[in-house]
Design a protein around this ligand. Structure first.
Ligand code: NAD
Ligand code: ZN
Length: 378
């Protein structure tokens, strides 16, 4: 997969990835997914997304080659590759903040390295490809248990840990009312996980009926279309005895639908502040003293939050990239015991050669698409 500029991707031949550092391995990709985060890249909203780069931070595969300093993996292992690239040794990795590794991104701003996520996140090529170079191979990659379906495994690279961490950061207590904005794969997984933390009521909000129907069935939650509910904040206040929800989760992030493209003048992309509507709703509909958990990804242009309400309501706001490696052991258990069924989110299986179509379908929410998986032919 090769990025050519906003809303243009295609398949092209690239050199085979090589071991560049003794701690690297090379993985032959067997499955990769397209994520809502890729939409931000695809729309040209992430700074320093370079033409020619390969996206893809959700992939699994077979270890093809290992560097001399890799000791925990061997050639032939099937591995889950977390989307975060983490050195395992810096101060942040030591606290299991693998999404905030200080070494894997030479920009060393906030985010650590992420596969296929622009030079803002380290400039690594991703796994929507036949092969990928995986740095710090002894840290992130986790061998797929024999019993695990590989469709489940590929969703453990991001969607499951992100949904789970969204619920975890919400500090959900027994009986809590949890409202999730965004019924994409991440929001739906957050709804499913909210129950694992003891929620008493789970509400999901989106504008796409097919996703709301899916969420109702898959996560056994209430689901509402914000286009039919009048003011969503008022609706949520009313349904919670005017208190507001205990926890609100933003699983939307920058919503660039349409607006990003309108700002393209000639070849120059002007970045413009996003509306951050879901985040406004989350802050305004959570109860006083409540918690807002943000996993939706925002770019540098989305800083228009109602910060005054955060202060006046005494809110706790938590946000981060998911720390995949930290969560994998317990999530593998949840899948094994049948409490989580990640592969149930997959709606489309597409040959890698048809990646451009898959981006179009997923981004435009066509054909009831929820989660597309790309399958390389190798
Ligand atoms: P997605 O695009 O499939 O889903 C987003 C959903 O939000 C869509 O169904 C859309 O209709 C809905 N939506 C848009 N505006 C809304 C609003 N105002 N209120 C309620 N719903 C609204 O994306 P996804 O794959 O589910 O990912 C969701 C977000 O999570 C993205 O921003 C993605 O970048 C982010 N993400 C974060 C992490 C992390 O580690 N923090 C990891 C993966 C994805
Ligand atoms: Zn993702």
């Amino acid at each position: 997969m090769n990025y050519r500029g906003p809303r243009r991707v295609r398949v092209s031949e690239k050199p085979m990835p090589e071991i560049l550092h003794p701690k690297d391995c090379v993985v032959r990709v067997t499955r990769s997914c397209i994520c809502g985060s890729d939409i931000h890249l695809y729309n040209g909203l992430v700074p320093d997304t370079r033409v020619g780069s390969t996206f893809g931070h959700e992939f699994i595969g077979v270890v093809e080659e290992i560097g001399p300093d890799v000791h925990k993996l061997k050639v032939g292992d099937n591995v889950i590759v977390p989307f975060n690239i983490a050195c395992g040794e810096c101060a942040f990795c030591k606290q299991e903040l693998y999404g905030n590794c200080h070494e894997s991104n030479s920009q060393a701003t906030a985010v650590g390295g992420i596969f296929g996520y622009s030079h803002t996140a380290g400039g690594y090529d991703g796994g929507q490809a036949e092969y990928a170079r995986v740095p710090y191979a002894d840290v992130g990659p986790t061998v797929i248990p024999e019993w695990m379906d590989h469709d489940d495994a590929v969703l453990l690279t991001d969607v499951v840990p992100t949904g789970y961490q969204a619920a975890e950061m919400g500090g959900i207590k027994t009986g809590d009312t949890v409202v999730i904005f965004g019924a994409g794969p991440v929001g739906i997984m957050a709804a499913k996980c909210a129950w694992l933390f003891g929620a008493g009521r789970v509400i999901i909000i989106d504008k796409l009926d097919y996703r709301l129907e899916f969420a109702k069935e898959y996560a056994q939650c209430e689901a509402y279309n914000y286009e039919d509910m009048g003011d969503p904040v008022l609706f949520l206040k009313k349904t919670t005895d005017w208190f507001g929800a205990d926890v609100c989760i933003d699983a939307v992030g920058a919503d660039a639908t349409g607006s990003a493209l309108q700002t393209i003048t000639g070849k120059k992309l002007m970045l413009q502040a996003g509306a951050a509507t879901a985040l406004h709703w989350a802050i305004n509909s959570v109860k006083k003293g409540g918690i807002v958990s943000i996993v939706g990804v925002y770019g540098p242009t989305d800083n228009l939050v109602p910060i005054g309400n955060v202060l006046n309501k005494g809110l706790t706001v938590r946000a981060n990239q998911a720390s995949v490696k930290r969560l994998l052991p317990r999530l593998i258990e949840h899948v094994k015991e049948g409490r989580l069924n990640p592969k149930g989110l997959i709606t489309h299986r597409v040959p890698l050669e048809e990646v451009a179509d898959a981006y179009h379908i997923f981004t435009s929410k066509l054909d009831n698409c929820l989660k597309p998986v790309l399958i390389p032919s190798t």
